[in-house]
Design a protein around this ligand. Structure first.
Ligand code: UDP
Length: 478
């Protein structure tokens, strides 16, 4: 840990949903390991989710703490989507900022209302949008596509002005990117948060997407700090096990199961913290996995039930007859319901591949673990992440989903069992192509680890931001 003088006080204000909360907590811990005094602003519901890891950091002497606001966000849960209104936190946040006046506050983009509050108080506000440089560049340049001349939802068009030749289809995009007149109020709010901000904190690393990192840095005049993969701050088994929330499975059972497998022989399949797949899709996945004859751990999170069916998560007939029993008897597969210790699983020597929905955290975690991926994007910027994985980095195969899913709505793009089986075999069965993907994935994992070590690009960016904040403080005091 570095000792700095004067000490910089940084606030981190994460969103309540998993895909954004988890990396912001990690970022706060990473900055604390560089000596910045880091405070995580939490709510009564979210504090217990990361209290233990912060207490452990404090025992190691890191300058990190949690401030729990007096207000809470109704219905907050790690699995909530991006649109929950968190503005109940406005007043307690304002009071806290008035009282403590930190050197900066890192704000998640889903706190759409927070821009003005922080701006009025003159505290530098750093945006955290939870995605990488490639996806940011794709989003930015989609604005220049003449969608009116694209004949159908499935006709490929070229994403302009980016270093690689990337084709997408309209079916892979959210409505507001195809039609600016349909930009919802909440997306406008996020854009406003970007305006007048001091800069942007990006969870990625330079060598993952150098051409895109350069574009972002030049666009934002170096007010973009690329500091990831932040998940590397989870060094102990406890940190990795409890990250996000305590796992639904006893982690030792899970590790014992993995320990019983040959090195590099198991597929890990998970769709992140908030996706809800319908029973028909789960059924196809199960058939596809079984037909592939590969060993697997499959995390079944929330299930998208037809409300009229009135079923509870975890029950219901969404698995083929006798599936779980067969998997147990043959030892082929482990089906986990609920929350899995993803970092622990991914870094296990038995894991060979990762079937992922391409959420940005999962993407980075797969990259950091050096495992090639089967890409199954669903929503948000995940279709861009798929392009990065499969076409730029060439460390994955596409399952073939082409339909952007308006989160929590009716399911459109059912992917059949044959596609699942083909993708799993392509990734898991020995072949020149699969070996090449694996070699490239291992190579990038090495670069990820180096980025956060002393002198690495992310390490340097963390230091640069801390020093910039220190310099401002000295200038203001002078
Ligand atoms: N995660 C986990 N266990 C689970 C599901 C998710 O630890 O069972 C973590 C995962 O490691 C990642 C985050 O939750 O850090 C999910 O973020 P991502 O961006 O991949 O997807 P999202 O949940 O935002 O769709």
């Amino acid at each position: 840990m570095k000792t700095l003088a004067p000490s910089v006080e940084m606030f981190f204000f994460p969103y309540v949903g998993g895909g954004h909360q988890i990396p912001m907590i990690d970022a706060a811990r990473m900055f604390a390991s560089h000596g910045a005094s880091s405070t995580i602003i939490a709510t009564p519901s979210t504090t217990p989710l990361f209290q233990k890891s912060i207490t452990r950091d404090q025992k190691f002497g890191l300058p990190i703490s949690i401030h729990t606001l007096s207000a809470d966000v109704p219905q907050s849960d790690i699995s909530v989507g991006p649109f929950l209104d968190t503005s109940a936190l406005l007043e307690p946040l304002r009071q806290l900022l008035l009282q403590r006046r930190p050197h900066c506050i890192v704000v998640d983009m889903f706190h759409r209302w927070a821009g003005d509050v922080v701006y009025e108080l003159g505290i530098p506000r750093i945006l955290f949008n939870g995605i990488g440089c490639f996806a940011l560049c794709v989003q930015e340049n989609l604005r220049h596509v003449a969608f009116e001349s694209v004949s159908s939802d499935s006709e490929p068009f070229l994403v302009p002005n980016i270093p690689d030749r990337i084709e997408m289809t309209m079916s892979q995009l959210p409505p507001f990117l195809k039609n600016p007149s349909e930009i919802p109020e909440r997306v406008r709010g996020m854009k406003q948060l970007e305006e007048k901000s001091f800069g942007t904190l990006i969870n990625s690393f330079y060598d993952l997407e150098p051409a895109y990192a350069d574009l972002i840095k030049s666009k934002w005049g170096n007010k973009a700090w690329i500091v990831g993969p932040v998940s590397f701050c989870n060094r102990t088994k406890e940190d990795k096990t409890e990250r996000g929330k305590p796992p639904t499975i006893d982690e030792q059972n899970c590790l014992n199961w993995l320990n019983s497998k040959k090195p590099s022989s198991v597929l890990y399949a998970s769709f992140g913290s908030l996706a809800r797949l319908p029973p028909e899709q789960l059924m196809e996945i199960a058939y596809g996995l079984e037909a592939s004859e590969q060993s697997f751990i499959w995390v079944v999170g929330n299930i998208l039930h037809n409300p009229s069916e009135n079923k509870e998560n975890g029950s219901g007939n969404w698995l083929p007859e006798g599936f779980e029993q067969r998997m147990k008897e043959t030892g082929k597969g482990l089906v986990l319901r609920g929350w899995a210790p993803q970092l622990l699983i991914l870094e296990h020597a038995a894991i060979k591949g990762f079937m992922t929905h391409c959420g940005w955290n999962s993407t980075l975690e797969g990259v950091s673990a050096g495992v090639p991926m089967i890409t199954w994007p669903l929503t948000a910027e995940q279709f861009s992440n798929e392009k990065l994985i499969t076409e730029v980095l060439k460390i994955g195969v596409q399952v073939g989903n082409r339909e952007w899913w308006p989160w929590n709505a009716e399911w459109k793009g059912l992917v059949g069992r044959e596609k699942v089986e083909v993708a799993v075999r392509k990734l898991m069965v020995e072949s020149v192509e699969a070996d090449e993907m694996r070699r490239r994935a291992k190579d990038i994992a090495g670069k990820a680890a180096r980025a956060v070590e002393e002198g690495g690009t992310s390490y340097v960016d963390v230091e640069a931001l801390i020093q910039e904040l220190q310099a401002r403080t000295c200038a203001n005091q002078g």
